[in-house]
Design a protein around this ligand. Structure first.
Ligand code: MF3
Ligand code: CO
Ligand code: CO
Length: 263
């Protein structure tokens, strides 16, 4: 079972769930500040999600204890919201997956807490460029290896490294569809060929130092082995007849720096 082809009805539902997730990421722009804890972010997001009658898909997913993932500084992914306060200079990824009417939408973005260091700013920017460059090549006929190759090339050109152990995934009724790994590294012209109607996430995790990671004893939190910074951005993508649609696109992206990439 590779990446499934979705019907128009299913796509509409994934688009809705993705947009609900995206709106919460936008809402957080004004919430993330020095002094706030990641538990508080979790509570705010949880409330927004359930108020709309939707389900936070991370909560109890294989035992995950909270509604969102919050990954600060050297945390690569799957950080568990906790009582530590964010401080000036931190970078944080918030990853939100909502289930609405039986279908999932999964997206994440990076935030700066106060002024970022030049390294943090560059890492976060290059990681977003990795995601956008990969999205831009999506169309029927390209192969999965082309996506991984594009991300790895841009990361390594900037002397960063690509995390190997976690990848994008087909998404729909299931949060993570089986056998649908979207690797963020690889060789061009290899792997399965994309077809119109496929829906999957691209979610590169890029490290400032070495790509090696370590899983903490809580069983979830993934950190860089060398304790250097890591960044991640994620979108849920539909393969259209001629290209792609970013189902989780935020308003700020339509107007922002990457406008030219999206036309
Ligand atoms: N949202 C993550 C992803 O992009 C998965 C989080 S699973 C959780 O695939 F259990 F940690 F929430
Ligand atoms: Co996610
Ligand atoms: Co995902």
């Amino acid at each position: 079972m590779a990446i499934q082809i979705k019907s128009t009805t299913e796509i509409a539902k994934i688009r809705y769930a993705s947009q609900c997730s995206a709106e919460i990421l936008t809402m957080l722009n004004d919430v993330i500040k020095p002094g706030i804890t990641t538990i508080e972010l979790d509570t705010i997001c949880h409330q927004h999600i359930v108020e709309r009658g939707n389900i936070p898909a991370c909560l109890n997913y294989h035992g995950f204890p909270k509604s969102i993932c919050t990954s600060v500084n050297h945390v690569v992914c799957h950080g568990i919201p906790g009582s530590k306060k964010l401080k000036k200079g931190d970078i944080i990824n918030v990853d939100i997956t909502i289930k609405a009417d039986g279908y999932h939408g999964d997206t994440s973005k990076m935030y700066f807490v106060g002024q970022p260091t030049p390294l943090a700013k560059r890492l976060v920017t290059v990681t977003q460029e990795c995601l956008y460059q990969a999205i831009q090549i999506v169309k029927p006929g390209i192969r999965l290896g082309d996506i991984g190759f594009t991300i790895q090339r841009h990361a390594e050109k900037n002397h960063y490294s690509v995390v190997r152990e976690y990848c994008g995934h087909g998404i729909g009724r299931l949060f993570h569809e089986p056998n649908s790994d979207i690797l963020h590294y690889g060789r061009a012209n290899t792997g399965s060929t994309l077809e119109e109607g496929m829906v999957f996430t691209i979610e590169p995790m890029i490290n400032a130092g070495h790509h090696a990671i370590k899983l903490l004893s809580d069983g979830w939190t993934v950190v860089t082995k060398d304790r250097q910074l890591s960044a991640q951005w994620e979108h849920t993508i539909l393969v259209t007849k001629t290209g792609y649609e970013i189902l989780s696109l935020r308003e700020e992206e339509k107007q922002g720096t990457f406008h030219s990439l999206l036309t």
